[in-house]
Design a protein around this ligand. Sequence first.
Ligand code: B1M
Length: 233
Amino acid sequence: MTEEELDLRTLPDDELVEQMHDDLYDGLAEEIDDGTRILLDRGWSAPEVLNDALVEGMRIVGIDFRDGILFVPEVLMAANAMKAGMAVLRPLLAETGAETVGKVVIGTVKGDIHDIGKNLVAMMMEGAGFEVIDLGINTDVEEFIAAILEHQPDILGMSALLTTTMPYMKVVVDTLADRGMRDDYIVMVGGAPLNEEFGRAVGADAYCRDAAVAAETAKDLVARKRILMSEQV
Ligand code: B1M
């Protein structure tokens, strides 16, 4: 049977998920949209579809990109397919009906155009009840600071996917400190090449390994900040 003839609905869950990994690899946005909807119809939760079908598929793409089997145009198509699935999941991940628990300004740092992970974090934070101001990619320190001054968020979130761009997070934190603003905001960082130690080294309040942890950590840190502030009054 050719790709065109394959009816995704006839596949059992495990084969459908495998097929979605292949479709992501091949950058087939429409198929990813279909597969995502089918799994949801079968009772899968949005985070399950996200992690098992989409993020896992993207992990496989990443390995072959690293090993020189896939190149930028193919990875862009895979990213585009991933976004098609995320567009279906977005309202479900954001659907809590919770009151706004705080405000987040988030962006991918200067020199870096990776935004899939950052978008997921933004979505999960929205789902956790935050108002999210997303500055997009390639964000420099002045853009971060202008947004902070304009929106007065509880949290500044920065994402980086390249070892060459992750040090820029320290530039942002240091600039905040130089301008006497560092203690006014919670700083959260994340991205595949980062770790706890790096988070501490750049002076962030938290490093988060994934979007779910980021949303939980954000809620926790904002709640703690509110308690501290109420004790100071
Ligand atoms: Co790029 N790329 N890429 N790429 N790319 C990586 C990162 C790489 C590891 C691939 C590899 O070699 N294996 C490698 C970096 C190597 C390194 O730095 N040591 C790499 C490279 C080298 C490059 C280029 C330099 C390639 C080139 O041009 N020669 C170039 C860089 C351009 C630039 O930024 N200036 C480049 C370009 C691209 C594309 C444009 C083709 C595309 C991006 C499309 C897009 O984002 N719109 C792309 C992609 C897709 C990838 C991989 C394959 C996948 C990244 C991804 O989306 N992962 C990636 C390989 C990999 O990481 N396995 C790779 C899925 C996503 C859900 O995970 O982003 O980690 P992630 O986000 C997670 C967590 O990290 C965390 O939560 C997210 C969700 O759970 N998280 C946070 C992220 N941000 C957070 C913030 C938080 C908290 C948690 O708080 C605020």
